[in-house]
Design a protein around this ligand. Structure first.
Ligand SMILES: Nc1nc2c(c(=O)[nH]1)N[C@H]1C(S)=C(S)[C@@H](COP(=O)(O)O)O[C@H]1N2
Ligand SMILES: [Mo]
Length: 259
């Protein structure tokens, strides 16, 4: 993974690469260790500031020629949410599906897939890096998140965008496990940040997050929520899940997963 911060990479490689595939008991133990949390916290701050200083938050992630597209892009994590609601949407081709954009906005939106297809879009061929140690290149097309947020009118007190997904990846002791993610407004307005509805010129397959998934090309794969059903503008993520800003963040991964 070129361009990554070696300190963070070392930590992730040593402390966390196995954790994604490990049992939840293992993840809980990892998250419970103060030493690991402290080291992650320090590395996260370093990574965030190094990237911001050296590259700027608006620098584009590298884009590739069509010849680089992988024929066998892996599907990871949830590959087919089993909720009745979601399966109903699959059965009717997402015709009744709506994306809600609410929370701290002036004009809450309820958008059909067609609405999203008519919104300002972008296509990009980028490399997806999973924390588990694999990478794959694909072409993504989607609605740019920035202009959609402008349409909704983000209120001044909003700081983060939260994405709520259709899947429950794994139940934990406290009964939560719904996949969710949060990003800040700088990332939300980055030109490559998309609500992607196409992968390799085809409608986004269920395995990769149909009908839409987040593309956030400057960060690791777990930030890129699949099966996004609802978006909310919020001023804090302390009350979501376990309060760390995402499904995997709640299990020990860093909130800012820059690459
Ligand atoms: N809703 C949801 N989003 C998710 C996941 C998931 O399990 N559920 N897995 C994450 C991880 S760890 C990765 S690497 C990518 C995998 O995307 P892919 O299936 O297109 O490879 O999605 C991310 N977003
Ligand atoms: Mo991942």
């Amino acid at each position: 993974m070129s361009g990554s911060d070696p300190t963070r990479r070392l930590l992730l490689g040593g402390a966390l690469t196995g954790a994604a595939g490990a049992s939840l008991a293992g993840c809980d133990k990892l998250a419970a260790s103060p030493a690991v949390n402290e080291r992650l916290g320090a590395a996260e701050g370093l990574n965030f500031h190094v990237q911001r200083l050296m590259l700027g938050r608006n620098a584009l992630a590298r884009e590739y020629p069509p010849s680089a597209i992988a024929p066998d892009f892996r599907a990871n994590g949830t590959t087919n949410p089993d909720s009745e609601d979601y399966q109903q949407h699959v059965a009717d081709g997402f015709k009744a599906w709506r994306l809600e954009i609410g929370g701290l906005v002036e004009r809450p939106l309820s958008l059909s897939l067609d609405d999203l297809r008519q919104a300002p879009d972008r296509s990009q061929i980028t490399r997806h890096d999973c924390v588990e140690g694999w990478s794959s290149i694909a072409k993504w097309k989607g609605a740019r998140l920035g202009p959609l947020l402008d349409r909704a009118g983000v209120k001044p007190q909003a700081k983060y965008v939260a994405f709520f997904c259709a899947d429950t990846l794994e139940l934990t002791l406290d009964g939560t496990g719904d996949y969710y993610e949060t990003i800040d407004l700088a990332d939300a307005h980055h030109p490559q940040t998309l609500l992607a509805y196409e992968m390799n010129d085809q409608p986004l397959p269920v395995a990769h997050g149909a009908p839409i998934r987040l593309r956030l090309e400057r960060q690791l794969g777990y930030k890129m929520a699949k099966y996004v059903m609802r978006i909310e503008l919020i001023d804090s993520f302390a009350k979501l899940g376990q309060g760390k800003g995402g499904y995997w963040e709640d299990r020990g991964y860093q909130w800012y997963a820059g690459i």
